[in-house]
Design a protein around this ligand. Sequence first.
Ligand code: KIV
Ligand code: ZN
Length: 505
Amino acid sequence: MRKIYVFDTTLRDGEQSPGVNLNTREKVEIAYQLEKLGIDRMEAGFPAASPGDLAAVNAVAKAVKDVTVIGLSRSRETDIEAVRQALQGAQDPCIHIFLATSPIHRKHKLRMDKKQVLETAQSSIRYAKKYFSKVEFSLEDAGRTELDFVAEMVGMAIREGASVVNIPDTVGYLNPAEYGAIFKYVKENVPDVEKIQLSAHCHNDLGMATANTLAAIQNGADQIEGTINGIGERAGNTAIEEVAMALATRQEFFNATTSLKLSEIARTSRLVSKLTGMVVPGNKAIVGANAFAHESGIHQDGMLKEKTTYEIMTPESIGLKESKLVLGKHSGRHAFREKLDELGYKLEDQQLNNAFAKFKELADKKKEVSDDDLLALLEERLIDTPEVFKLETIYVTYGNESVPTAKVHILKEENQVIIEEAEGNGSVDAIYNAIDKATQEEVRLEDYSIKSVSQGKDALGEVHVVLAQNDIAAQGRGLSTDILEASARAYVDAVNKLIEKRNTL
Ligand code: KIV
Ligand code: ZN
């Protein structure tokens, strides 16, 4: 069986999704989980984009051990230098250089002819090879590039010593037959092509990213690039979990496999969704909430008689477990520890005490604490932002015929209690106005979303907000059985992250 290498770009192409703004700790947290998932290569960011990006790539490079860490670079020396700096301390560093090759990009974006494109890429790879033994080169918009020019560029990259050459469908334009044909052509026409790995990188503008990636595998691609949950620019990238599960479920057809630990898929998906604030649609393949749900009577009847009637893969295979233990307010520490074991969490004593205290607080408000509630609580504790402001209490008055008002008590670092009141167009607006008065930070609310973590009237609500100040942005999350409290917590969390970001610039 052929091994297909998995190049994850959740932290780079995925982070380019509108509204996503991960800070360094969040990136490192995702990186650890990607390592657990068993990906081979991880693109941690684009170091030349900003000092913050460079620092985040460096933090990821130092954190993970068993994964090749990659930094993206345009075909220019200053970018290559930024990647060099960012990957210091990486166990297995690799640089990813790209240059657009299609006629549209050559004419309108680069204003270069073919010869100039070839020479620019060539000198960049040559420069990078002085410092990196592993270089990946990407022909941006290869999908709309003349086939003979694709072959010429791949040949040049091989001669210059690239180890991987990527042939992206940057704008998600191709169909599987066309995309597969490019790989076939390159395999058959480029001398020494067996010396490198060919990589597939697809975007999902026409909903064909996974199909195109699989077509590339069938036609000789050695590596696939994608993101968790398919997040990314515009309609997103290939969803890695979809390709991995397609190869696993249809092994007899593809005769190819990845090294992914499939049972980590659900947890990775949940973490990425939580930290990016990008909600996974219920009907999303593999990781959507309904992916293993059976609603119609006929299907349920079939499932009860024999699961394979309607289930081509099991929920357990991606790490979804049916719970045996239900926790509530009478559950003790022992049951709590057992449950964490069942969910795959191993906590140190102090962490366990903190988590148990949080659980007890929640169990006082909720009759049954579901696995989803617990996971939300545990994952919330993974990342601690330094708290300049801490929300102590909120009071809201609301009536459909009166102006909503909110009063907040906020603790400032040096234990200074600030109490402020404000009105608003609605309860959340009033709370946010009161927090603004208390923090005296001028921020713009760019995005607000709310979702329920579990079912029922007493479900936990999770709020995600994005705040901006001048040209920096930060996201915050808040969790509570009360949506107003969750909204306030998310806002204060985002203010703290914004301040942290501003201070590190
Ligand atoms: O889609 C694309 O072409 C890219 C390149 C930078 C590889 O993301
Ligand atoms: Zn891309």
